[in-house]
Design a protein around this ligand. Structure first.
Ligand code: R7I
Ligand code: MG
Ligand code: MG
Length: 313
């Protein structure tokens, strides 16, 4: 291996590690604030400082399942990923899962097929943010192949979230991670936004992506939540997470702290912001004291390196 390809390998490994540990740290940072009113950045930092352990929630638990399945299958396999989701849920059902996925897992265990069980969980299927919060590893794995990324991101969504708004959120979040992880050339926030707009299909998302432009420079974070939302619906969480990451292209901590400070679905929005920011800035950008407190960080590190190796094959 040449010196430059080794340098390139280390660079991308750092991005894969930054993404997986970044999403987990964002999820854990936001977990105590899920469902809360907006708060200040200093209160979020104080909460982080006083905790001895950073415990993650269903967001990271499901992203681990996505990663495990991508590694085991060398790509997306819906049947396999469903089995991994159910196995992981049965081991740790207390992670704070949304209402839909456990009901879907129950239906599948009772004989329903994995690619049909979620269709009638809500009228038209779920548009919750649960398939976007876990999709980052798909963006890493397929980062140079938007066509297969779209198929895999939407495919993994369909296991639990079949509504077109749920699927679109999962695809756009995966694409944001992939664009952030890009190296040659490093993309500016404006370029990432333009690429997302090129690929988005649903009007609701196109409108919100357009509104992000006006929010990149605002010094009033409350405006982000009032314009883009900060809720449990994918369309009220994915654009918000992208906005927080793009507003702070040089600071992982500033991006995720801002995401948590918005209140609402704080763990999930910070998880998705952390995935994008960590993929862009690499593992070195995540505060060491947060990594030291993060639950299961050794396993997340191992998965990140294995995903990188699987993506190279
Ligand atoms: O999306 P999901 O996995 O939940 C993820 C959230 C994150 O905040 C996690 O941190 C965890 O706390 O849960 O679970 P779903 O049940 O699919 O969707 C979540 C919520 O979105 C539902 O409980 C509904 O309130 C709402 N929702 C819908 N409401 C009306 N009609 C989702 N789809 C619909 C719909 O079609
Ligand atoms: Mg959660
Ligand atoms: Mg949440």
């Amino acid at each position: 291996m040449t010196g430059s390809s080794r340098k390139n390998d280390d660079y991308f490994k750092s991005k894969f590690r930054g993404c997986l540990l970044g999403l987990a740290a964002g999820d854990a940072l936001g977990a105590p604030f899920e469902g809360a009113w907006p708060t200040t950045a200093s209160q979020v930092l104080a909460s982080a400082a006083e905790r001895t352990r950073f415990r993650y929630t269903d967001d990271t638990h499901m992203a681990i399942g996505v990663t495990e399945s991508l590694i085991a299958c060398g790509g997306f396999d819906g049947h396999h990923m469903t089995e991994v989701f159910i196995r992981n849920f049965d081991r740790e059902p207390w992670r704070g899962y949304g209402a839909g996925p456990p009901r879907i897992f129950q239906k599948i265990k009772a004989g329903a097929s994995w690619n049909e069980a979620a269709e009638d969980i809500y009228p038209g299927g779920s548009y919750g943010n649960g398939s976007a919060m876990r999709t980052a590893p798909v963006g890493l794995f397929y980062r140079e192949d938007v066509g297969n990324m779209a198929t895999a991101a939407r495919g993994q969504s369909k296991i639990t979230h079949t509504h077109p708004w749920g699927q679109e959120g999962a695809f756009l979040q995966a694409l944001a991670v992939a664009l952030a992880a890009n190296s040659e050339p490093l993309l500016s926030p404006g370029e990432i936004l333009a690429r997302l707009q090129e690929q988005a299909k649903e009007g609701l998302y196109l409108q919100k992506l357009d509104q992000i432009k006006n929010l990149l420079g605002t010094d009033n974070p409350a405006e982000i939540a009032s314009v883009l939302g900060h809720g449990i619906e994918a369309f009220n969480a994915v654009p918000t997470a992208i906005c927080c990451a793009l507003r702070h292209p040089h600071s992982y901590a500033d991006a995720v702290v801002e995401a948590v400070s918005l209140g609402g679905d704080a763990d999930t929005i910070a998880c998705m912001t952390g995935a994008i920011s960590g993929a862009g800035l690499g593992i070195e950008a995540i505060p060491e004291e947060w990594l030291a407190k993060l639950e299961n960080s050794d396993y997340l590190e191992k998965l990140a390196v294995e995903l990188w190796e699987a993506a190279r094959l």
